[in-house]
Structures are given as C-alpha cells and as structure tokens.
Design a protein around this ligand. Structure first.
Ligand SMILES: NC(=O)c1ccc[n+]([C@@H]2O[C@H](COP(=O)([O-])OP(=O)(O)OC[C@H]3O[C@@H](n4cnc5c(N)ncnc54)[C@H](OP(=O)(O)O)[C@@H]3O)[C@@H](O)[C@H]2O)c1
Length: 353
C-alpha cells in the first residue's frame, strides 16, 4: 500500500438513495484518494461514458443492489467506463504502467463495490481493469469502449467463437453494446458472412452503416416468427441478445439457429425462464441449443485484446452526444430518452487538449 500526503479536493457525483438520476444525483467535493493498494493506480479522469444499466437499475434501485450501502447512507458514485491519465500513487505491484500513461478501463466490479464508480475527477482503479489507449484513439473516443467493447469481444470472440463466413443475429443493434457487436461481427465474419440486427426504424441507417447486411424493425414484427420465416433456410451460427425481453427468442431458436450454434444473452427480464433453460436437459424438454449467460471479469489480457481491436479499427466509437461534467443531469435525461444511439459521453476534464 502506497500513501501520499496531500489534501487536495475533487468534484464527484454521488447518490445516497434510490430514484431517477435527476432526483438523487448531487455533485459534492471530496478529498482526492490518498492511499493506493498494491494493484491500483490513481487516474485523473478525462471522459466518462454513461451505461443505461446505471440509470435504470443501480441508481433506480440502489436499496436493492446495495442494501447495506443504502441502509448506511454510504454514497454511491455512478458509472464504470472512463479514460484518463495515470497521475499518482502507483501500487508497488504495478510495473506495466507509468505516470503520464493514457489509459481507458472499467471501474470497480466486485459485488461489494457495485455502487463505486468513476464519475469524478480522480479515481482509484485496478491495474487489471485498464489498458493503454492506442495512439490513434482520442481519450474521448476511448471512454466509449471499456464495457461495451470488452463485452462484444469476450462474448463474440472468446465465448461464441464467431468466425469468418458465419451468420450472426444481433438483437439490439443500436444500443451501446449493439453498435460494438455489429462492427466487430462485420470484421470477423467478413464479406462471405451475414450480419443481421434489430433496431427501431429511425436508427436503421446508422446500424446498416456500422456493418449490418440486413435490419429488422423490432417494433413491427414478432421476432421469433419473423426469424423462422426469413432465416429458417439459412440459420444463424450465433445469436447475440442485448435486450433479453423475450425468452421466446431462445426457446424457438432451433427454428433459426444451427445445431452447433450458440445464443448469448447479456441480460434477462425472465430470470426463472432463463434458469430453467439453463438446467433442463433436452430429453426433458430443454432447448437443444448452447446457451451463454455469465458475468465477465476484466483481466489484463482481455483488455489488451479489446484495445488491439480498437486500434485496428474493428470497433469505432459511436458517440450520441457529449456533455460537460456540470451537465450530468442533462446527460442522464438524454440517455433515458430512448433516442440514443451509441454512447452519451461526459467531458470531466478533457485531457486530449
Ligand atoms: N452480461 C454482461 O457482461 C453485460 C455487459 C454489458 C451490458 N450488459 C447489459 O446489456 C444490456 C444492453 O446494454 P446497452 O448498454 O447496450 O443498452 P442500451 O444502450 O440502452 O441499448 C438498448 C437497446 O435495446 C434496443 N431495444 C429495446 N427494446 C427492444 C426490443 N423489444 N427488441 C429489440 N431491441 C430493443 C434498443 O433499440 P432502439 O434504441 O433502436 O429502440 C437499444 O438498441 C443492458 O441490460 C446491460 O445491463 C450486460
């Protein structure tokens, strides 16, 4: 553990109770952290990008996700995705980074730290959760990738083993994870493969320009029926679901997914159906298709692999809008408007300049 003696203050957005961001978030002054565990670095934050899960789940239901913290009135700090510059207090075990390195990464992910985020001017972060920003990428763009690019990489490449020539279906192609998944899938499957994605009609052109060959308007079709009708004769190798609202997408998947294919679920709103899908064997009526649903841990090697794809241009930042650090409440209003495509970015202290 390293300790530095300074008493400077920083600004931080906090919440201590459940509610909508506009009702519960406040900006306060707190001391810049002065201790650093051996596997941590202190980062001066340049940009933070918002994740819908924070507004819709963690802040909205703080008492459910962190009952002890909420009961004790321990302040939560929103968001996990950041870019910035390593500025101080390197832990003794950190040898792969130096003060002044431009980095991007993911804030604390342990269950105990679920409500500890990075919407502040300085943050302590684990060395395994960060990676150097490629020279050809700005800090603003870099803040868009940590969770979304990492998620698309881990599930499509590591877990589903998507490959050249494959056919892939991405449900929610206009969301923050979806825009990364569409781009990465396009790169991996190449011109002989097929990328099909859903989105609402006004986002059709954006998703097509990111690399989707075919777009499905989810607002005017019953998805499992549409997929059976149009893709039953050319079934997918991978289904990547970022929406999780319709278990029928999985239970009907034998109609449009190859027998060796995989479905990836990032989220489910039908947890009991999901659990039964995972445990019921095929001979008892289970769905005869592979099913991937898990929480991923950031590691150095995964972060490096994600950063390489970013450097090569396999995933580009899709920025919906940018807000000043003082305008975070407006940024959350925008993110919750459902008009967003890609990322809402907060300029905490633009260190690109
Ligand atoms: N398991 C993990 O490791 C992991 C990691 C990251 C994220 N997640 C989860 O993944 C989910 C997606 O995250 P995100 O940040 O990409 O969310 P997001 O930016 O809010 O995007 C949500 C997407 O869902 C689409 N959508 C909404 N209702 C739909 C429906 N009925 N059918 C088809 N599409 C629909 C929206 O399309 P339109 O905007 O076009 O209407 C939008 O593209 C979140 O629940 C998040 O918590 C999980």
């Amino acid at each position: 553990m390293t300790t530095t003696d300074h008493s400077q203050m920083m600004k931080q957005w906090q919440f201590t109770k459940s509610g909508s961001p506009r009702d519960v978030l406040t900006m306060v002054e707190v001391p810049i952290p002065t201790t650093c565990a051996d596997d941590e670095v202190l980062v001066q934050i340049s940009h933070v990008s918002l994740n819908s899960a924070f507004a819709h789940r963690l802040i909205a239901y703080y008492g459910v996700f962190d009952p002890v913290g909420a009961f004790m009135g321990r302040p939560g700090v929103p968001e996990k995705d950041f870019s910035g510059i390593i500025c101080d207090l390197r832990g003794a075990n950190v040898t792969e980074f130096n003060i002044g390195d431009r980095v991007f990464g993911i804030g604390p992910t342990s269950f105990r730290e679920i409500a500890q985020g990075v919407l502040c001017e300085y943050a302590l972060v684990k060395r395994d959760h960060i990676v150097k920003v490629p020279d050809n990428i700005s800090l603003k763009d870099a803040a868009c990738f940590p969770i979304t690019g990492f998620t698309a990489y881990c599930f499509l490449v590591e877990k589903a083993k998507l490959k050249k020539g494959d056919k892939v279906f991405i449900n929610g192609g206009s969301g923050a994870v979806g825009v990364m998944a569409v781009q990465l899938a396009r790169t991996i499957v190449g011109p002989t493969g097929l990328v099909v994605a859903t989105c609402s009609p006004m986002k059709n052109d954006i998703v097509r320009n990111l690399g989707a060959d075919e777009i499905i308007d989810y607002t005017s079709h019953v998805l499992p029926d549409f997929l059976r009708e149009h893709y039953g004769s050319r079934p997918f190798d991978v289904i990547f679901d970022t929406v999780g609202s319709d278990h029928a997408l999985y239970s009907n998947s034998p109609n449009y997914l190859t027998p060796s294919g995989s479905t990836v679920w990032l989220v489910t709103k039908r947890i009991l159906q999901l659990l039964s899908a995972m445990v019921v064997p095929v001979y008892l009526g289970g769905v005869p298709r592979r099913h991937i649903f898990e929480s991923l841990t950031p590691t150095s090697s995964r972060m490096v692999a994600m950063a390489k794809l970013v450097e090569e241009g396999s995933m580009k930042a899709v920025i919906d809008s940018t807000y000043k650090f003082t305008d975070v409440l407006d940024a959350y209003d925008r993110m919750m408007s459902r008009k967003v495509t890609g990322k809402v970015v907060i300029e905490v202290n633009d260190l690109d300049r």
